[in-house]
Design a protein around this ligand. Structure first.
Ligand SMILES: [Zn+2]
Ligand SMILES: [Zn+2]
Length: 242
């Protein structure tokens, strides 16, 4: 069990010589409690469906990390083209609203050059697709998250045909760099990209929830490019019989 699946440490139970500050001991005691009390922690629906949650490791619901999966998530790999921040909100009494998880998410850049961004996304898609396919195995699907919020923005979800390809890629890529930045990736619980995608955005390219949307706004590459890459991959794996 990892820290992400544990509720916050109960501060009120701490005594001067209490060893609840020792996290390993806390985890052990929590595991015992769960075993003895048949306590069932609720699963986080966003984590299960989208593979990311805005509350991150502070989420009170369970984020299950699969030991095996065909899907790998590369966190924030596609560079976010706009500057963003969290704006603190205030409650009715004028003091900071600490319940709002750091405040409202705000996009600072009003003007975004969509044409330039699409070109960059196409180049990125091709780069990542070719590298991962040739090095780790045949790709079933690959999507770039076009959202601007930090927990989804620039994430890349790659579903391989084979679990072994996914395992190899996530183990090796965590030691690699892309665009002068270290890569962070892990196996993802997401298996159906259609379910993880925001339907409104997929249909019309717009979503009323905007940057607060917790589903994936898929940044689609050029249709012809995508078709060409998958066709090349099919020919490559057919010829080499891998
Ligand atoms: Zn969550
Ligand atoms: Zn949406």
């Amino acid at each position: 069990m990892d820290n992400a699946s544990l509720p916050p440490m109960p501060l009120i139970l701490r005594k001067k010589n209490d060893d609840t500050r020792d996290n390993s001991n806390y985890q052990q005691r929590h595991a015992n409690y769960r075993r003895n009390s048949h306590h069932v922690q609720e699963r986080c629906p966003f984590w299960d469906k989208v593979g990311a949650c805005r509350h991150g490791n502070k989420c009170v619901r369970l984020h299950t990390r699969p030991k095996k999966s065909k899907t790998v998530v590369f966190w924030n790999l596609f560079p976010n083209p706009v500057r963003t921040c969290y704006k603190k909100t205030t409650g009715k009494d004028g003091t900071e609203d600490v319940t709002n998880n750091g405040g409202d998410f705000v996009v600072l850049d009003a003007e975004i050059d969509e044409r330039k961004l699409s070109q960059e996304a196409d180049r990125f898609f091709q780069d990542i697709f070719v590298e991962l396919s040739l090095k780790y195995g045949e790709i079933d699907d690959l999507i770039i998250c076009g959202n601007y919020n930090p927990h989804l923005g620039g994430n890349v979800l790659v579903k391989f045909k084979d679990e072994r390809s996914a395992a190899k890629s996530y183990q090796e890529c965590n030691d690699r760099w892309y665009g002068e930045k270290p890569i962070f990736c892990e196996l993802s619980p997401v298996s159906y990209f259609e379910d993880a995608a925001c339907k409104d955005f997929s249909v019309s390219g717009r979503c009323d929830r905007g940057d607060q949307c917790n589903l994936i706004h898929v940044r689609r590459p050029d249709y012809g490019l995508r078709k060409k890459l998958f066709a090349s991959q099919r020919a490559y794996y057919k010829d080499t019989d891998r």
